[in-house]
Design a protein around this ligand. Structure first.
Ligand code: AMP
Ligand code: ZN
Ligand code: FE
Ligand code: FE
Length: 288
């Protein structure tokens, strides 16, 4: 089995449409793919309808949340798997995060425009078919010739954290997020916890607290983790009894990693499925 548990589609900031993503997954040789768009399940119906034979789809979402640590608030991503997407409390919070994201993206676009940069919110909104995020602003910036690459937009000169055009997200705290996922029958996995290249990260104490608050697993094998970060996380997961996952965090050509760049073991996958009560994995049509 080849299992990739973290991917994005055009329902958030991925560049590949949900139906193309599952086709690409089958071509790549994946047997299990989770679609985990930012703060939405909007792409899952389309992915499910196009599911090729032999491929299993794990419904999911990547939830933006925050945690208070000495010195301020840190943004985190928690992957939610196999929850009941219709459960109202969690569905309402996902909708709220998406609304805040739109307000915030508009603010960033307006700030750029106010400084005379040719960025228009209307264009950003066009580029975002679903959940809007900084990658859509970055794409508009590349298109306008402001920066040569999306990565160049994600620096402190522009929309990187602390940059002049960066606006923080309003998001639920991690404790509430973990509770919402569990109450909707889902399993939570802390996405790229030690990816220091992305900015400030939490310490092991926060992961221990999260485990006590119902966290199901940690994403150890992720393109943004170096060897040392992986080995520290693996040890922590063993100590805390957390499921270890590995995933590409595929976004399409905007990021270097392809589908299946990192994978999850069959044992971890089976533990994750067994821990969920909100939904079941979906299977492509059997050969007739
Ligand atoms: P947002 O959630 O709107 O703050 O945007 C964060 C998203 O941008 C995440 O999905 C990241 O994968 C993506 N991202 C963060 N840093 C970079 C980067 N340097 N280059 C491209 N994408 C990035
Ligand atoms: Zn993303
Ligand atoms: Fe993430
Ligand atoms: Fe992601």
């Amino acid at each position: 089995m080849t299992i990739d548990l973290h991917t994005h589609s055009t329902a958030s900031d991925g560049l590949v449409a949900p139906e193309d993503l599952v086709r690409l997954a089958a071509e790549t040789g994946l047997t299990v793919i989770a679609l985990t768009d930012h703060d939405t399940t909007a792409g899952l119906g389309r992915a499910a309808a196009a599911l090729p034979g032999g491929l299993t789809l794990v419904p999911g979402a990547e939830i933006s949340c925050s945690v208070e640590v000495p010195g301020g608030s840190i943004s985190l991503h928690v992957l939610a798997y196999l929850f009941d997407a219709a459960e109202p409390a969690f569905a309402a919070v996902r909708a709220q995060i998406r609304e805040h994201r739109a307000v915030r993206a508009r603010r960033m676009a307006d700030r750029l425009a106010a400084d005379g940069h040719p960025i228009h919110w209307e264009r950003v909104a066009q580029l975002a078919a679903g959940t809007v995020g900084r990658p859509h602003i970055a794409a508009a910036m590349v298109e306008a010739g402001l920066v040569p690459t999306v990565a160049a937009a994600f620096t402190r000169d522009w929309i990187g954290a602390g940059g002049p055009y960066w606006v923080g997200k309003e998001q639920p705290d991690v404790w509430r997020t973990l509770r919402l996922i569990r109450d909707a029958g889902g399993v939570s996995v802390f996405a790229h916890p030690f990816a220091s290249r992305r900015g400030v990260t939490v310490g092991p104490d926060v992961i221990e607290q999260m485990a006590r608050a119902g966290l199901g697993g940690v994403e150890v094998d992720h393109p943004d983790h170096d060897a040392d970060e992986r080995s520290r996380l693996r040890g922590l997961a063993a100590d805390l009894g957390l499921i270890v996952t590995g995933s590409s965090d595929f976004h399409g050509s905007s990021k270097p990693q392809g589908l299946a760049a990192e994978t999850t073991s069959r044992e971890s996958y089976e533990r994750l499925v067994a821990a969920a009560t909100g939904a079941a994995p979906l299977h492509g049509p059997s050969p007739t």
